[in-house]
Design a protein around this ligand. Structure first.
Ligand code: TYD
Length: 207
């Protein structure tokens, strides 16, 4: 049995969730807690290699099924090497994206493959976060922010606004289905204000 706390951040591209994950880690560390801040896809050496395979190159580089396998393979490695050891050591794990991203991006963006995503998750991962912070954001604003960043990683941003809108709706539907696991925070306010709302949501769950 693990004794740590497993927190994930989710949201559409450009929602500011990565900034919020970092701010939360800084605040909790300043309180003297042991925090592991990590991300998906990635978070372990092997999973970071898989990240390059799935986030760079042509949007049709992988079939939807292959893509689900790659994200799940990366997650399995990340669980084995980074997340579970940290939880067993009693640490707070803050993960920027996790299985809910696969449920949305691979489960819903190119046809309905949610059942496949869930079956593979049950078989190979078998664990949910203790708390998931969903940073909710207007997709047009999120996309403008995400596109403003330079870089080679934009496979999913490349799908454009309609997909971001569908992703937002999908995340909110998941949050409504599991209100005990999700905290939904508006991402439109100033980062410091959003950070305070995140902290208020996380505080009761801390060990
Ligand atoms: P991320 O690095 O969090 O980018 P951003 O900060 O722009 O949100 O995620 C990179 C991309 O990976 C993002 O477009 C969503 C996608 N992704 C999936 O499609 N499936 C997954 O399971 C995960 C974890 C991410």
């Amino acid at each position: 049995m693990s004794t740590g706390l497993f927190l994930t951040f989710e949201g559409i591209d450009g929602s500011g969730k990565s900034t919020q994950a970092r701010l939360l880690a800084e605040t909790l560390r300043a309180e003297g807690r042991e925090v592991v801040l990590t991300r998906e896809p990635g978070g372990s050496p092997g999973a970071e290699e898989i990240r390059k395979l799935v986030l760079e190159g042509d949007p049709d580089r992988w079939s939807p099924e292959t893509e689900i396998l790659l994200f799940t393979a990366a997650r399995r490695d990340h669980m084995e090497r980074t997340i579970l050891p940290a939880l067993e050591a009693g640490k707070v794990v803050i993960c920027d994206r996790f299985a809910d991203s696969t449920r949305q991006y691979q489960g819903a963006s190119r046809g309905d493959r949610r059942a496949l995503v869930d079956a593979l998750h049950d078989l190979m991962i078998g664990r949910e976060p203790d708390l998931t912070v969903l940073i909710d954001m207007d997709p047009a604003k999120g996309l403008a922010r995400a596109k403003g960043r330079q870089g080679t990683e934009e496979r999913f941003e490349d799908f454009g606004l309609p997909m971001q809108e569908a992703m937002r709706a999908g995340f909110l539907t998941m949050a409504r289905a599991e209100p005990q696991r999700f905290a939904v925070i508006g991402g439109d306010a100033e980062p410091a204000q959003v950070a305070q709302a995140v902290l208020d949501a996380v505080r009761p769950a801390l060990p």
